[in-house]
Design a protein around this ligand. Structure first.
Ligand SMILES: [Zn+2]
Length: 302
């Protein structure tokens, strides 16, 4: 574990997260549709090297490769009984890459199902599933948690409560995925920024953020400004983090391709940073070069 706690470190100034894991896995030859989370067991070296590449690029923290490592998401690949094994392995790999000076965030993504009454998922079962995952990650030595790419407020609420119930006092980052639609930014499930921020802050997380979604870099910068405003209006002292995609995906031969250069990404990150957002990383389409470019532009600023 690093000497300074994650909570102390993030309050100090600029803190860089990593970029995408999935994009790097595809680049390393993993087929789309494979269970990325099982690679912690199957190809630990591949995951370790990706974490290392981000640390070399200047990331202060990496996210464990556990985006889909809850019981429900794993169940789609026939691995619902492997929650412990997969999350334990993932935490260990990230911890080893982070060494003593850098940080590891336990990554928790959505279940991929809809809660009742929209779907069949029972809230208690979902809470158990997130708590199960968080407990294993916590035992594996993560420094904190990131609950991300959420689109439904009820699932986000359950995830935060579940993590809180098992993680002791570890910091929690919570993030939703927004799309730019007519009339502003909304998640796929219709949640607006104000409601998202108010709910996450009320639940007592350390940092609220946005990641993924579909927007151009200019729109992500606009979204960042709206987050700053929403937090300010609440009058609460809470950190904000931003993990935009490498711009908006273009479909090429049926595949999503992200074309934003590291320089353009870093320029947007610098604008986002200048709004007062100190925790920055990347989501889909970002690679170590994007993080390295942010580092080059911002490393002398706190
Ligand atoms: Zn993404």
């Amino acid at each position: 574990m690093p000497r300074m706690s994650l909570r102390e470190r993030i309050s100090e100034g600029l803190f860089l997260l990593d970029g995408a894991m999935g994009t790097q896995l595809i680049a390393s030859g993993v087929e789309a549709g494979e269970c990325n989370d099982y690679l912690n067991i199957d190809s630990p070296d591949t995951i370790f090297e990706i974490h290392q590449a981000y640390f070399r690029a200047g990331s202060d923290a990496v996210l464990t490769n556990t985006f889909g490592a809850n019981k429900f998401a794993l169940g789609r690949h026939g691995f619902s009984d492997k929650v412990k094994e997969i999350n334990t392995a993932a935490a260990k790999i990230a911890r080893r890459a982070a060494g003593k000076e850098r940080y590891v965030l336990g990554d928790i993504g959505p279940s991929g199902d809809f809660l009742q009454p929209l779907g069949n998922l029972e809230p208690e079962k979902l809470e158990d599933a997130f708590a199960e995952q968080a407990k294993v990650l916590s035992a594996g030595g993560v420094d904190g948690f990131i609950i991300e790419t959420m689109t439904a407020l009820d699932e986000m609420t359950i995830a935060i409560e579940a993590v809180k119930s098992v993680c002791g006092d570890l910091p929690i980052f919570a993030s939703m995925a927004f799309d730019k639609v007519a009339g502003g930014f909304k998640t796929m499930m219709g949640v607006d920024i104000k409601s998202a921020v108010a709910k996450m802050v009320a639940l007592g997380v350390d940092a609220v953020g946005f990641n993924c979604g579909t927007a151009t870099l200019d729109e992500y910068t606009e979204l960042a400004g709206k987050y700053v405003l929403a937090v300010k209006q609440l009058g609460k002292d809470v950190l904000i983090f931003a993990e935009p995609n490498a711009g908006k995906a273009e479909l090429v031969d049926g595949r999503a391709v992200y074309k934003v250069s590291p320089e353009d990404f870093a320029a947007a990150a610098e604008k986002i940073h200048s709004l007062g957002i100190n925790i920055i990383g990347g989501c889909c389409g970002t690679v170590p070069e994007h993080i390295k470019a942010i580092c080059g532009k911002t490393k002398n600023k706190k």
